[in-house]
Design a protein around this ligand. Structure first.
Ligand code: GLA
Length: 392
């Protein structure tokens, strides 16, 4: 077990048991992509791939961060908190800095060992898991009394300021608010949310990892965001009441087509359609209508690939391949894009055959290994109390 390995590492390195052990999951998103920063809806869930934190407070001001998977260490003092060259450490430092900026009292340093099995750059939000886990751990260790929502907002700020990605709120919100066997329908306008049961024993959620590493810091993500903002600015001349793409309909957009560049028009069109699609997909879920739900996933992929242009040949190939399988009801690229995983809703009894066949096809076409995961929907970030009890 990963948490046991981390606890052991903590003991070996710091010579004591950690005070607290935290599990912070990665996330999937069923539908609603690139809608969060447009005030739309998303439908994510936390999964059984997570980052674990073993942590203890110190009596001095020193903070020691040990990245188990990278076999790397970073040390700093509470008196000199700043961005570092070690990009992995910035995710943790960013959370700490945000908390201090909010006036929270953290007067002693800490020792941390962290690591896990959320694959990096695969679109499963390993960075949000790190930020959410760090926030949750500090909140608990220093009794900061931050709410879950505040923790999510702090994690998002850390990502903006310390990782340079102007991400939406979805990833950290899901890692923190996840609930077993449920998806979260989050309204990114007012941050209200409801859980929808997602418990279909005859279907499995399968992620197919292209192995193409996305790097959202690579400015394409921020560029999409800027294109949406440009669309809003132009639409506001005709519709001053428009605050975000959430307030826009397709007829409104069409009426202004000549005022927008084709690229900006297509970006806006995709987002407006996707916000609507999440709603339709949720209604289908309520009616146990996975066929319609799956169809919406395919439509999302089409939009992400053609209009939003965040897909890549590998992702498109994997989605197209699923048309050869009656057992797949829906598939699409997931997350920010430009690589990472597809998410597939597959009949549980043929998952193995599906994975074998698609792996072969992928190898033949791209000469790359496809790594697939069958994921389960779990609770969000939590303290692993059994360990806490053992050490306290
Ligand atoms: C990344 C971002 C999220 C969201 C998705 C696309 O995961 O971190 O905020 O915008 O891309 O839906």
């Amino acid at each position: 077990m990963l948490n046991e390995l981390l606890t052991q590492k903590f003991k070996d390195y710091f010579g004591e048991n950690p005070t607290l052990l935290v599990r912070a999951p990665g996330r999937i998103n069923l539908i609603g992509e690139h809608t969060d920063y447009n005030n739309g809806f998303v439908l994510p869930a936390a999964i059984d791939k997570a980052i674990y934190f073993a942590i203890s407070p110190r009596t001095d001001k020193k903070c020691i961060l040990l990245a188990y998977d990278l076999n790397d260490i970073y040390e700093f003092s509470l008196d000199t908190i700043r961005k570092t060259e070690k990009s992995w450490a910035n995710f943790l430092i960013g959370v700490l800095a945000e908390m201090l900026e909010k006036g929270k009292q953290i007067n002693t340093g800490f020792n941390i060992v962290f690591g896990g099995d959320v694959p990096l750059g695969a679109g499963l939000s390993s960075s949000a898991a790190v930020e959410s886990g760090m926030g949750f751990a500090l909140n608990k260790l220093y009794n900061l009394e931050l709410t879950k929502l505040e923790l999510a907002l702090i994690a998002q700020q850390a990502e903006h300021k310390y990782a340079g990605v102007n991400c939406g709120i979805m990833d950290m919100f899901a890692s923190i608010h996840g609930k077993a066997n449920s998806v979260i329908k989050l309204d990114c306008q007012d941050l209200s949310f409801e859980y929808f049961p997602f418990d279909f024993p005859e279907y499995s959620l399968v992620l197919c990892n292209t192995g193409v590493k996305h790097n959202l810091g690579d400015s394409e993500y921020n560029q999409r965001r800027a294109e949406c903002e440009e669309g809003i600015r132009r639409l506001q001349s005709a519709f001053p009441q428009v605050d975000s793409l959430r307030d826009v309909t397709i007829p409104m957009l069409r009426s202004q087509a000549d005022k927008l560049s084709p690229v900006v028009y297509n970006r806006c069109k995709y987002v407006v359609e996707e916000i609507e699609r999440v709603d339709v997909a949720c209604k289908a879920l309520e009616n146990d209508d996975l066929k319609t739900f799956g169809q919406k996933m395919y439509e999302t992929h089409q939009g992400l690939s053609q209009d939003y242009e965040v897909s890549c040949p590998e992702l498109d190939f994997l989605v197209e391949q699923t048309f050869n399988f009656d057992s797949v009801v829906g598939a699409r690229m997931m997350g920010g894009g430009f690589g990472g995983c597809t998410i597939n809703l597959v009949k549980a009894d043929v998952v193995e055959t599906f994975i074998d066949n698609i792996t072969l096809a992928y190898k033949k076409t791209f000469n790359r290994e496809l790594i697939s995961y069958r994921v389960k929907i779990t609770n969000g970030v939590e303290a692993l109390h059994s360990i806490l009890e053992k050490v306290s």
